[in-house]
Ligand binder design. Structure first.
Ligand code: GLA
Length: 376
């Protein structure tokens, strides 16, 4: 069954009529560039085939009734403050209002195959699919280039998670077969061809299924440290640090030095990755991924034992490179592998997890997919 059929079926059984339209938006992985977005730096995500679908029909009053296959039902009006998962929907209504678009009242149904709590941006997928459906119902002339900021605002100011712009940008702007090279300061973007199957390679996603503990507080803490360090260094954001050694010499605590070193070197690794991809040397991305992982583990200190084990096991099984993707403290690892070695690498990781008595990991091969789109 396609995502459109599934969500339309859910809509019909809930509301007794067919939806007026369906929008879908994907989850993402980030090939490289972690915790650089809120430092005005560079990222290189690509969209997953896993998508969240939103079926919608307008209603006469400014009220929203939402049924999520996984989460249940909520209803709210524009003046109500909504919590829990409903905040991602109500937050988009609010953020659209702030952007000058009055979202029409609607009935919505939601289905998703983006794994939740795995660091694959299920929340951005939900925000962006809802955004697409509401903008479309409103008939508003709102260029898609503005959507990431609006969805990010919903997440930052309504939901209350101080995330950067990467996930919402990936979920709206990615192009099939490409990675999205985004400058998170100017929001300039380039679609970098990433058809690695043609080179006999693949990206294996390993979901560690490690519980995300303290992720929110740790994320906010990293962000604060970066902002404070930028202030001390007299730059607008860590993206502006040109001379790393000089910057490190100016910081008097070891934690800030480590965080700054991660951000500055990670930004450079994104640029280096784009350069080798442009030269067509996909295998050369591997060592950059592995260096990125070491930096997240040792300097940014956002990995957990399951994640480090997955990276080590994938590398030992012949991956060209491997790294954690996403905010950290659990979530997924990406491994760049020979396309025909997926089962072997996955088995090696599963064996290592069993040895450590970790939960069994889930693996899949990720194909770069397209961003938010009307699907029906
Ligand atoms: C989460 C956030 C993003 C980004 C990553 C880390 O996914 O939502 O904005 O900061 O973590 O790179």
């Amino acid at each position: 069954m396609t995502a459109v059929d599934r969500v339309s079926g859910v809509f019909e059984s809930q509301y007794g009529e067919a939806p007026a339209l369906v929008w879908t938006a994907p989850g993402r992985v980030n090939l490289i560039g972690e915790h650089t977005d809120y430092n005005d730096g560079f990222v290189l995500p690509f969209a997953l085939p896993h998508r969240t679908a939103v079926a919608a029909s307008p209603v006469d009053s400014r009220e929203w009734t939402v049924f999520s296959e996984g989460m249940g039902s909520i209803a709210f009006t524009a003046s109500e403050r909504v919590g829990d998962w409903g905040a991602y929907v109500a937050g988009v209504v609010w953020a659209l209002g702030e952007a000058g678009v009055e979202a029409p009242g609607a009935r919505l149904a939601i289905t998703s195959d983006v794994p939740e709590g795995a660091g694959l941006s299920s929340s951005a997928a939900l925000e962006c699919a809802v955004l697409g459906a509401l903008v479309d119902l409103a008939g508003a002339d709102l260029p898609i280039s503005r959507w990431p900021r609006i969805a990010q605002r919903a997440e930052n100011e309504y939901v209350g998670a101080p995330t950067g712009i990467m996930d919402q940008s990936a979920s709206t702007l990615c192009r099939e077969g490409h990675a999205l090279f985004l400058d998170c300061r100017s929001l300039d973007m380039k679609h970098i061809p990433f058809d690695i199957g043609a080179d006999g390679l693949a990206i294996l996603v390993i979901d560690s299924r490690a519980p995300h503990q303290h992720a929110g507080g740790e994320y906010a803490d990293r962000r604060r440290t970066c902002e404070q360090a930028a202030k001390t260094l007299g730059v607008a954001a860590l993206r502006d640090v040109d001379d790393l050694a000089a910057a490190l010499a100016k910081l008097d605590d070891e934690v800030s030095r480590k965080r700054v070193r991660h951000v500055v070197t990670e930004n450079q690794r994104v640029l280096d990755t784009v350069a080798v991809l442009r030269e067509g040397d996909v295998r050369a991305v591997g060592p950059l991924m592995t260096a990125s992982h070491a930096s997240m583990r040792d300097d940014y200190e956002i990995t957990v034992p399951e994640i480090d084990t997955a990276v080590e096991a994938a590398l030992a099984a012949g991956a060209y490179g491997a790294r954690m993707t996403g905010g950290g403290f659990g979530g997924c690892v990406l491994a760049l592998i020979d396309a025909d070695s997926g089962d072997r690498v996955a088995a090696a990781v599963a064996d290592a997890f069993a040895e450590h008595k970790f939960r069994e990991p889930v693996t899949f091969v990720a194909h770069p997919s397209g961003g938010a789109a009307r699907a029906g």
